[in-house]
Design a protein around this ligand. Structure first.
Ligand code: NI
Length: 165
């Protein structure tokens, strides 16, 4: 049993998805367990990214997929946003729903790694979108809050695979 109240992916309607997440202390010994579990959940769901409150833990932790494997970021903040583009987005907490969301094209995000080192990541396109989506989660916001309502549609499991975050 874990002591953090980790759950499986929570769905739209759960209060913790609307709750702003708390910053974490990188020396917290439980963080490694939380991150390991988040990466497992992300991979099982074939998702692009996951925020800790999506598994019931209102802490500022995200994981995201990269070509080099899954990465974690603690207490992330977007410190630069440039450009604007629209793309279809989906969310593991609202499986099967997709819609168009405007996001910055290029961002810089700052946070801590599990060792407590400050990391600064420049991201564009899909990765920039994933960071913006996950940071929204940490603020209690969901993609449907800013999706173009006319574009929202339910899709099959197959076409939502590898698009949800
Ligand atoms: Ni999501």
């Amino acid at each position: 049993m874990d002591s953090m109240g980790i759950k499986d992916i929570l769905l739209y309607g759960e209060d913790v998805l609307r709750q702003p997440a708390e910053p974490v202390d990188p020396s917290d010994a439980q963080l490694k367990e939380l991150v390991d579990r988040m990466i497992q959940v992300l991979q099982d769901a074939k998702g692009l990214g996951l925020a800790a409150n999506q598994i019931g833990v209102p802490k500022q932790v995200i994981v995201y997929d990269t070509p080099e494997g899954p990465q974690a970021l603690l207490n992330p903040k977007i410190v630069r946003r440039e450009g604007k583009e629209v793309e279809i987005e989906g969310c593991l907490s609202i499986p099967g729903l997709q819609g168009e969301v405007h996001r910055a094209t290029s961002i810089t995000v700052e946070g801590l790694d599990l060792q407590g080192n400050t990391v600064r990541i420049k991201a564009e396109g899909l990765l920039a979108r994933v960071f913006q989506h996950e940071l929204d989660h940490l603020n209690g916001s969901l993609f449907v809050d800013h999706a173009d309502p006319d574009t929202l549609q339910w899709v099959t499991e197959e076409s939502s695979e590898n698009k949800e975050q």
